[in-house]
Design a protein around this ligand. Structure first.
Ligand SMILES: *[C@@H]1O[C@H](CO)[C@@H](O)[C@H](O)[C@H]1NC(C)=O
Length: 417
């Protein structure tokens, strides 16, 4: 892992504050293991089983995000990887050893020494979907018509994931309606009904759905919202509604390796959004994307400094509906689509055929209050800092309690996906 060095300012004359590598020094020097090789001591945060699991599935999420982003270099990307990790983790309950270890590797479970991953998963889901988080996530396993599913699988699924598998009727209209009704019920009507035709060749369909509407800790004044320029790239500009706060309190750092300004805004319910904004307007965010891991985001969360800035943020209301099977196939999961061993589910040979993702995501001026954090914690700068999300950026919605990645987005054009 590369060392994280965040600066407050790239300049050398004015008010440079260099938080030189505090990340690794605060952990102490690497201690040698029994072979005499120095090993990095694990951050105590990751020693808590639920945080360790959150880090693993979030790393799956960053992998999936990179797949999606490289597949659509000129379009927005919106993902809630948690719901898909949950569906895969639930499916692994029905997999025999060879197939189970393929799923476990993709979810980075092979790096966790936890004999009871599935009950830890239950704890993680309960934490991140607690009502005060404003985050909804649901996952489902759907099987081809007439499939006889073993009751031991149904029981295990229900116990840890609180979901029952669904067997299709074979009537595409009824099956689509049933799935739509389930999504409506799980998302309290916040995610639109699908009109897409049900594929006819379903064996196993995984469904991951999520919805989030952010509540900032400090709300924006809607009288300050106005149409402003958003630079799609160096040449093209569009006008979009931008919220602004001339005296925002945010956490900030400049990553000089990534040439990127990182800011974090707190949300209610112990959540935050971390923004990655390249110094120069570009649609090529590859460098930042390559560095995204749970450990890197955790380091950023520790190292950012609280400052006051002139902030502008585009209003955002995005939705997504689509298939992500192709991305999974490119992520070490190809064999699930070929000849997997799901004999703990049924005696019949079945395989994964579809993975569907449906999402709603929104932030606007809404927030809890108008009083920012105590000015005592604010690092004084000798100049005002500007933070304008008026060009392509990446955002990460993170649960502060567990570190779990809940949503990730690449916003090339805030007008929609
Ligand atoms: C994006 O940037 C990376 C390195 O920063 C470069 O290797 C890559 O070729 C660029 N991609 C495109 C499509 O320009």
């Amino acid at each position: 892992m590369r060392a994280l060095v965040l600066l407050l300012w790239a300049g050398t004359l004015l008010g440079q504050v260099n938080c030189q590598n505090v990340a690794s020094s605060s952990e102490g020097s690497p201690v040698p293991d029994s072979t005499g090789e120095p090993v990095e001591e694990e951050d105590p945060f990751f020693k808590i089983p639920v945080n360790k699991l959150a880090a693993a599935i979030s790393n799956f999420g960053y992998d999936l995000y990179r797949q999606r982003s490289s597949a659509s270099p000129t379009a927005n990307v919106l993902l809630s990887p948690l719901s898909m990790a949950t569906a895969l983790s639930a499916l692994s309950l029905g997999a025999e050893q060879r197939t189970e270890s393929i799923i476990h590797r993709a979810l980075y479970y092979d790096l966790i020494s936890n004999p009871d991953i599935h009950s830890t998963y239950k704890e993680l889901l309960a934490t991140v979907t607690a009502p005060q988080k404003n985050f909804k996530s649901a996952s489902r396993v759907v099987f081809e018509r007439k499939l006889r599913v073993k009751s031991s699988f149904v029981a295990a699924l229900e116990k840890s994931y609180g979901t029952r598998p669904r067997i299709m009727t074979g009537n595409p209209r009824i099956d689509l309606q049933e799935i739509n009704n389930w999504v409506q019920a799980q998302m309290k009507g916040k995610v639109a009904r699908s009109t897409r035709e049900m594929p006819s060749d379903i064996s196993i369909l995984l469904l991951g759905v999520a919805y989030f509407k952010g509540q900032w800790v400090t709300k924006f004044d809607s009288r300050k919202t106005s149409l402003q320029d958003f630079h799609l790239d160096e040449d093209r500009t569009v006008r979009v509604p931008m919220m602004s706060d001339p005296k925002a309190i945010l956490r900030y750092g400049l990553d000089s390796d990534l040439n990127c300004k990182i800011a974090q805004l707190p949300l209610t319910g112990s959540m935050s959004i971390i923004f990655f904004l390249p110094v120069r307007a570009t649609q090529n965010l590859t460098m930042i994307e390559e560095s995204l891991t749970s450990e890197f985001i955790h380091d950023i969360d520790r190292e950012l400094k609280t400052i006051q800035a002139v902030l502008t943020v585009p209003k955002l209301k995005l939705s997504y509906e689509g298939e992500v099977s192709k991305s999974l196939q490119e992520m070490k999961l190809q064999s699930l689509f070929e000849t997997p061993d799901f004999s703990k589910i049924t005696g019949k040979p079945v395989k994964l055929t579809q993975m569907e993702h449906r999402l709603g995501f929104e932030w606007n001026e809404d927030g809890a209050g108008t009083t920012p954090t105590s000015p005592l914690q604010v690092t004084r700068l000798t100049f005002p800092l500007d933070y304008h999300l008026n060009q392509p950026f990446i955002f990460v919605l993170r649960d502060t309690d567990t570190g779990a990645l809940l949503f990730i987005g690449k916003i090339l054009d805030p007008r929609g996906t």
